[in-house]
Design a binder for this molecule. Structure first.
Ligand code: NAD
Length: 478
């Protein structure tokens, strides 16, 4: 049976359907998922607008309990959801289960956050008045997500939207609708009023575009590519809707001469290649000072040789497939670009055949690269990393910051002086010392600078900034 859209508390068919294909085994169709059209968005937005009052009328205890129940259900189902995630997106089963766990934890965090809503009471500069500052929900919000974290990203947008009293129309990525659908199934069973959360699956150019342009959608929270994000920002701004964008990265990992070699190599392997390099926080530029350079590259190559690339569901797999044929073609194209730019492809970058037909690519490492090459400036979004050799810490910092992006930046060093300086002077929104550039906590803000993010931060209590608007009220007691 195919999987339907969820509008105003009902499961409804879209105009057409789209198969959800397992990238580890392209003969495995997980299911067919509804493909809505622009006209499916309007009833979903109407339902979300109607549901605002009943959702808010439930009160904070009931809203908190519902979010907590959703979190518990996600955690209880994490094996099955993790399997679905690994099957549709291609990250390994342990990575997928970890992502589901994170999604459940996020709902539980925001369940508590519902009870922490607070305002301020201030004295007025005018005698006899007092002033209160409170937060109010935006209204119906549109949530648009990418395929690479198909349950965690929806969770970190839907949970705060609901926690702060908003209602939701959610459009997941076409490539990975399975976890989105499963999450909405859980939400639908946990007592959320009809219309408070709606799911419209379908293309970005139709469903996504209508959502961004709908006059009753007061805010759009988007995660995806820079090109799509900037078009959404321009469109939302033209009708003065609030917008929050999380986009790409070209994240540097600096390895200094005094680094612990094993830590440096582990950070590089994890940051660059785990989750098939398909993370916005992936370390794609590894910036290394001269004394450690050769030892680091040799050890990295050695450990890369032991990485098992195979079916995401198979035990022992370190790296699953690339998500689809288009992404694979993009990765291979960038590998050719790197070679034509004069970089040395030290290892990997080959399409692999496995027992099941899938989009397998061996992790690729370029050396002899410089920061002007396209492979070091553009987001590849695959298991491809470059080593950039620099003279010293100052050059490493300058190269790390010389990018259009600013999501995550890491340094591996034993020096408190360099670690502190890097934390202060890195232009990224998230800085990692002796840990990979990817892998973050769920209760603290997530986001970047420059081309990586736009608008206020996601996650933790900082999410309140986007999902609420401020009201200042003056009272004259008489
Ligand atoms: P994408 O921009 O192609 O698509 C993202 C979402 O936007 C999808 O749901 C898509 O259908 C929708 N969309 C496309 N065109 C649209 C339009 N005109 N109007 C409205 N919606 C539209 O990105 P993707 O390929 O799914 O994801 C990969 C990108 O996401 C990478 O660039 C990656 O860095 C980024 N990403 C960023 C973060 C972060 O938090 N910074 C996290 C994960 C992924």
């Amino acid at each position: 049976m195919s999987k339907l859209n969820f509008i105003d508390g009902q499961w409804v068919a879209g105009g057409t359907e789209r198969p959800n294909i397992n990238p580890s085994d392209i003969n495995d169709v997980i299911d067919n998922y509804a493909e809505g059209s622009a006209s499916d968005v309007d009833p979903a937005v109407d339902a979300a607008a109607q549901a605002l009052a009943p959702w808010q009328a439930l009160g904070i205890q009931a809203r908190s309990d519902i979010l907590d129940q959703i979190g518990n259900r996600v955690l209880a189902d994490k094996q099955a959801l993790g399997r679905l995630l690994a099957r549709e997106e291609g990250k390994t089963l342990p990575e997928a289960i970890g992502e589901v766990h994170r999604a459940g934890s996020i709902f539980k965090f925001f369940a508590a956050e519902v009870l922490r809503q607070r305002g301020e009471l201030l004295e007025s500069v005018r005698p006899g008045l007092d002033v209160s500052v409170t937060r109010e929900p935006l209204g119906p919000v549109g949530i648009i997500t990418p395929w690479n974290f198909p349950i965690a990203i929806p969770a970190w947008k839907i949970a705060p939207a609901l926690a702060y009293g908003n209602t939701v129309v959610f459009k997941p990525a076409e490539l990975a609708p399975g976890c989105a659908h499963a999450l909405i199934e859980i939400i639908a069973q946990c007592g959320v009023p009809a219309g408070a959360v709606n799911l419209v699956m379908g293309a970005g150019s139709t469903v996504g575009d209508r959502l961004v342009k709908h006059p009753d959608i007061r805010g759009i929270s988007f995660t995806g590519s820079v090109a799509t994000g900037s078009a959404i920002a321009a469109s939302a701004a033209s009708r003065l809707a609030k917008v929050q964008l999380e986009m790409g990265g070209k994240n540097p990992l600096v390895v200094l001469d005094d680094a612990d070699l094993e830590t440096a190599v582990d950070c590089a392997i994890n940051g660059a290649f785990f989750s098939t390099g398909q993370r916005c926080t992936a370390s794609s530029r590894i910036i290394v000072t001269p004394e450690i350079h050769d030892r680091f590259v040799e050890q990295l190559q050695h450990k890369m040789a032991a990485l098992v690339v195979d079916n995401a569901l198979k035990e022992g797999t370190h790296i699953g497939p690339v998500v689809d044929d288009r992404q694979l073609a993009q990765d291979l194209d960038y590998i050719a670009v790197g070679q034509s730019e004069g970089a040395t492809l030290l290892t990997g970058g080959e399409q692999l055949e496995r027992q099941t037909a899938g989009y397998y690519l061996s992790p690729a490492l370029f050396v002899d690269t410089d920061n002007h090459m396209r492979i070091n400036r553009e987001e590849i979004f695959g298991p491809v990393a470059s080593v950039i050799k620099v003279a010293d810490y100052d050059e490493a910092l300058a190269v790390a910051n010389d990018t259009d992006f600013g999501l995550s930046a890491g340094i591996v060093t034993r020096s408190l002086k360099y670690a502190s300086d890097f934390k202060a002077r890195s232009q990224a929104g998230m800085v990692m010392v002796n840990v990979p550039t990817a892998g973050v906590d769920y209760h603290v803000p997530f986001g970047g600078t420059k081309g990586s993010s736009y608008g206020s931060r996601e996650q933790g209590s900082y999410a309140r900034e986007f999902y609420t608007t401020v009201k200042t009220a003056y009272t004259f007691a008489g």
